[in-house]
Write a protein that binds this ligand. Structure first.
Ligand code: GRG
Length: 308
């Protein structure tokens, strides 16, 4: 996207140091996750080592960053959003561990390391994913509610994003679509659920932890939805344009698995344009924040321009 067109890049870069924001959000999230998870030596040590192996393998921590940035945009405190940011990262990591299993995407390489089942075996990898998903709800279960968002609302938000109507639904449609010709509408259905739902949940939970108002929550939902869709289009582009070393996961898998992706259906150039359009829609969703969502805007731009 050209700087002139979106009018955001120059502004966000002058006023906002995204690298610093990401470094500090990653550091606090890693410390908090370390506190929330049982120590590696806790019996049965194998499962705790396996959970920690994938959780601390070097993920980009984008969902937690979005959660913390959303809380800040709504005038909230980082400490209030932090447990929810950790819960979302546990769900995300579980989904990757299961996605890599031979019964799913069958991958040997993730976050720059051998996948969980390659190190611990398939049985333990299934259980590590299960335990990470459960851990997310244990963390969320310890959160307090806020005047506008009860404790129950927070837990429901996570459950709905991770459940059989969203994250799991996306994965089912993805699996069933392999080797088949699918329409752009069906592809959109997959992306909305497999990717967008958890990104939207991340920013919504950040807003809820700041006791945000109705208009702010609607803006965050719209922002998360469009950033999530753009994120997956870029992910598909990177799969065909980058190396495995750069991505930290096996490149070129979508083509080999005959997966429906935007590059496969509309080509690379059109896919880039679609990602730019979606990111513009995400910027537009931040209007109600009148400049307070600078970290979210910078993150949206970063996600569009990322190369891994
Ligand atoms: C229920 C058995 C069972 C499995 C569910 C839901 C699911 C498995 C898998 C979906 C996982 C998936 C691959 C979603 C796509 C989202 C995506 C592009 C993930 C990569 O996110 P990054 O780039 O990864 O943020 P890092 O490693 O940096 O955190």
């Amino acid at each position: 996207m050209s700087d002139q067109k979106n009018g955001t890049r120059g502004r966000t870069e002058r006023r906002f140091d995204l690298d610093r924001f990401l470094a500090s959000s990653t550091a606090v999230v890693n410390q908090a996750l370390d506190r929330f998870l049982p120590a590696a030596k806790t019996r049965p040590a194998t499962i705790h080592r396996a959970m920690r192996y994938s959780l601390f393998a070097g993920g980009k921590r984008l969902r937690p960053a979005l959660c913390l940035a959303a809380a800040e945009a709504c005038g909230g405190r980082r400490a209030d959003a932090l447990p929810l940011a950790c819960a979302v990262e546990c769900i995300h990591t579980y989904s990757l561990v299961h996605d890599d299993l031979p019964a799913m995407d069958d991958d040997d390489f993730r976050r720059g390391k051998p996948t969980n089942h390659k190190v611990f075996g398939e049985g333990i990898a299934v259980l590590a994913g299960d335990a990470l998903l459960t851990q997310a709800f244990e963390i969320a279960g310890q959160c307090r509610g806020w005047p506008r968002y009860s404790h129950q609302t927070i837990v429901l938000e996570l459950a709905r994003a991770a459940g059989s109507l969203q994250l799991v639904a996306g994965q089912v449609a993805d699996l069933e679509g392999e080797g088949r010709r699918i329409s752009s509408a069906q592809l959109r259905y997959i992306h909305e659920r497999k990717t967008s739902a958890l990104l939207a949940c991340s920013v919504r939970l950040g807003g809820m932890s700041a006791n945000c108002g109705k208009a702010e929550l609607a803006g965050l939902t719209d922002f998360g939805y469009h950033v999530g869709l753009a994120f997956q289009v870029i992910d598909d582009i990177l799969d065909v344009t980058q190396t495995s070393e750069k991505l930290g996961k096996t490149a070129g898998k979508d083509t080999r698995a005959q997966k429906a992706t935007y590059p496969a259906i509309v080509g690379l150039d059109k896919s880039r344009k679609i990602a730019e359009q979606l990111t513009r829609r995400a910027f537009a969703a931040l209007k109600p924040f009148r400049g307070r969502a600078i970290a979210l805007a910078a993150l949206a731009e970063h996600l569009l321009k990322r190369d891994r």
